[in-house]
Design a protein around this ligand. Structure first.
Ligand code: NAD
Length: 378
């Protein structure tokens, strides 16, 4: 059968991007658990849990453009809002659930995947409820606010026989997928020295968007949990998904102590890998910054600022610039994850990877609090 070719330049670019992502996925190492392939006859139905900024502005619109999945339900605290989403996205009102009625998704044939997009503390409960309803789960980053919660989420999904993946969109973005390939195939490398930073300037007025991010209980921490996970991810990607053996870390600088009374404003840390590779990293709510560089003895690879935002990343290596098609990150991720499920392939971003990153974050906080080197129990 001939593959349909998109005609407009925009759709052709998206299509080419999808081909690159598909190629990257085929070349990628197999991670996580394999599942039985699902019937390829339909688009998978996705229910979004939490209709805040990320769902409204990125995931919802992306689900209009995906080829392998579509929005078929929502879980929200406001039925009125959920009904508006149902009309807007064309799914039945019966697929609007509240946080307390998620178990009613069990047996609902419209919903295959539940995508958890709530504040970090709530990820565990929403993920476990989805698993109990027999649905595959995509959980936003950071996976949870503790390793103990990650373990409970992984156990619940295993017990239910469903897949748990983390919304690590960059594994499905062509430039980051290419960086992973460069590291994996040691085209440049092995990488020995990494450095990176990620952050934005948090507005001091506690809007709905910022309020929970400044609440230590709900967020699990500050910019390390929100923005730093991307730097942790990139450093581990440079080391072919190896976890560091130990970390050291410092909080600061502090410029607005009143705003950041519960969570850190900024944090720097160093990850030490077996074999001597080192990553010097920073996460901040004090300035807009987003970069990453990895050096080997005979070459380097670098993401220009912004390395981790939604824009097209610019990857340059000691061999020259890497030119790959621009994709919408969320479309690529959602289609990539749907294709993994449909094909029964292991995920590029399994729950175990999310757990590893929370174990690293816990070690970083312990190191910053104690001013000591802390071994990572990943
Ligand atoms: P947001 O504040 O805009 O939305 C959070 C949603 O959760 C809201 O609809 C809110 O009503 C709901 N909610 C339910 N219970 C709540 C409670 N007890 N307190 C506060 N809100 C509650 O946040 P967001 O920016 O959409 O982030 C949601 C999740 O998505 C976070 O885990 C965040 O890290 C993640 N995220 C990921 C990316 C990415 O690029 N992968 C980008 C943005 C956010």
């Amino acid at each position: 059968m001939r593959t349909p070719q998109p005609s407009s330049p925009v759709s052709r670019r998206v299509f080419l991007g999808q081909l690159v992502v598909a190629a990257a996925l085929v070349l990628a190492p197999r991670r996580g658990r394999a599942l039985e392939p699902l019937p390829q006859t339909k688009k998978l139905g996705v229910a979004l849990v939490g209709l805040g900024g990320y769902s409204t502005h990125q995931l919802g619109p992306a689900l209009r453009a995906t080829r392998h999945c579509r929005l078929t339900g929502v879980v929200t605290g406001s039925r009125e809002k959920g009904v508006k989403w149902a009309h807007n996205y064309g799914f039945p009102e019966r697929n609007v659930f509240s946080y307390d009625t998620m178990e009613r998704m069990a047996g609902n044939p419209d919903i295959d995947i539940v995508y958890v997009v709530t504040p970090n503390l709530l990820h565990a409960g929403h993920c476990i409820a989805a698993a109990k309803a027999g649905k595959h789960v995509i959980c936003e980053k950071p996976m949870a606010t503790s390793v103990a919660d990650c373990d409970a989420m992984i156990a619940a999904c295993r017990a239910a026989g469903v897949r748990l993946t983390v919304g690590y969109r960059l594994h499905y973005e062509p430039h980051h997928a290419e960086f992973a390939r460069l590291a994996r195939e040691k085209v440049i490398g092995p990488f020995l020295r990494m450095s990176g930073a990620n952050g934005f300037e948090m507005n001091s007025s506690a809007t709905a968007k910022t309020a929970w991010r400044l609440d230590k209980r709900l967020a699990g921490g500050g910019p390390l949990m929100d923005m730093g996970v991307y730097v942790i991810q990139a450093a581990c990607m440079a080391k072919v998904e190896e976890a560091p053996v130990a970390v050291t870390a410092q909080f600061g600088p502090v410029t607005r102590p009143k705003v950041f009374s519960e969570v850190e404003e900024s944090i720097t840390w160093t990850m030490e890998f077996a074999g001597g590779a080192v990553a010097n990293c920073r996460a901040t709510y004090g300035e807009q910054v987003s970069n990453f560089r990895a050096e080997a003895d005979h070459g380097w690879a670098q993401f220009e600022d912004p390395a981790f935002y939604y824009a097209e990343p610019m990857l340059t290596t000691s061999r020259g610039p890497v030119n790959l098609p621009k994709v919408n990150h969320q479309v690529a991720q959602l289609d990539g994850m749907a294709m993994e499920l449909l094909d029964g392939r292991p995920s590029l971003a399994p729950g175990e990877m999310g757990r590893r990153d929370i174990a690293i974050a816990e070690a970083i906080y312990a190191a910053a609090k104690s001013s000591r080197r802390v071994e990572v129990q990943a």
